[in-house]
Design a protein around this ligand. Structure first.
Ligand SMILES: Cc1cn([C@H]2C[C@H](O)[C@@H](COP(=O)(O)OP(=O)(O)O[C@H]3O[C@H](C)C(=O)[C@H](O)[C@H]3O)O2)c(=O)[nH]c1=O
Length: 181
């Protein structure tokens, strides 16, 4: 597994080794001991899987309690994945990492606790799977607006169309008005 540093020290891009042969390919997507030693000493307790159509944007979400670290990847299609630092005392508060994750590059993004997370689907559809370091707790969930000008996220919108959002995400807060860590 190759680790790629990002503009935010705690956020890492992981590139697994892919073994191709005449049958197809094989890759290890996660090893607990390696992850603990090389990325973060965390325990994952919940796996998620979502499928979305083109132009869907899910996020930017975080839990203010029972905070979740997320190890995310795409198993079909492509998304632009974004992690925003919402740790108020962090030197990179309000900064973000954005990366294209797709089923060809097999890249993963490690989104630590203290970050808002979201993604935008660039292909006809995308299947998104991820591991979380804490359980889902909707009572503590917070949404920050995808297009908060202070974040300056350059979402690769398809045909410059406005993304399709859930009502919860349409009602997201500006980071300046959102609870932080
Ligand atoms: C997240 C989650 C949702 N649900 C149920 C609640 C709703 O009935 C339905 C859809 O939930 P939601 O609209 O919150 O799903 P997403 O918009 O994909 O939310 C996720 O999107 C961004 C990208 C994230 O990083 C978070 O993991 C998460 O907030 O699944 C569950 O039962 N368990 C869960 O862990």
């Amino acid at each position: 597994m190759n680790i790629i540093d990002t503009a935010i020290p705690d956020v890492k891009i992981l590139e697994p080794k892919v073994f191709g042969d005449e049958r197809g390919f094989f890759l290890e997507t996660f090893r607990e001991d390696w992850f603990r030693e090389h990325v973060a000493d965390v325990t994952f307790v919940q796996d998620n899987h979502s499928k979305s159509g083109q132009g869907i944007l899910r996020g930017l979400h975080y839990q203010t309690e029972q905070t979740q670290g997320k190890l995310v990847r795409v198993i079909a299609g492509e998304v632009y994945d974004v992690a925003v630092d919402v740790r108020k005392n962090s030197p990179t508060f309000g900064k973000h990492v954005g990366v294209l994750l797709n089923s060809d590059n097999n890249k993963q993004l490690w989104v630590p606790e203290g970050f808002a997370h979201g993604f935008y689907v660039t292909t006809e559809s995308a299947e998104f799977v991820y591991k979380c370091t804490n359980y889902y707790a909707p009572e503590f969930e917070q949404s920050v607006l995808w297009n908060d000008p202070s974040l300056a996220i350059q979402w690769p919108l398809v045909n410059s169309m406005q993304p399709l959002l859930s009502p919860k995400d349409e009602a997201g807060l500006m980071l300046a008005d959102a609870p932080t860590f």
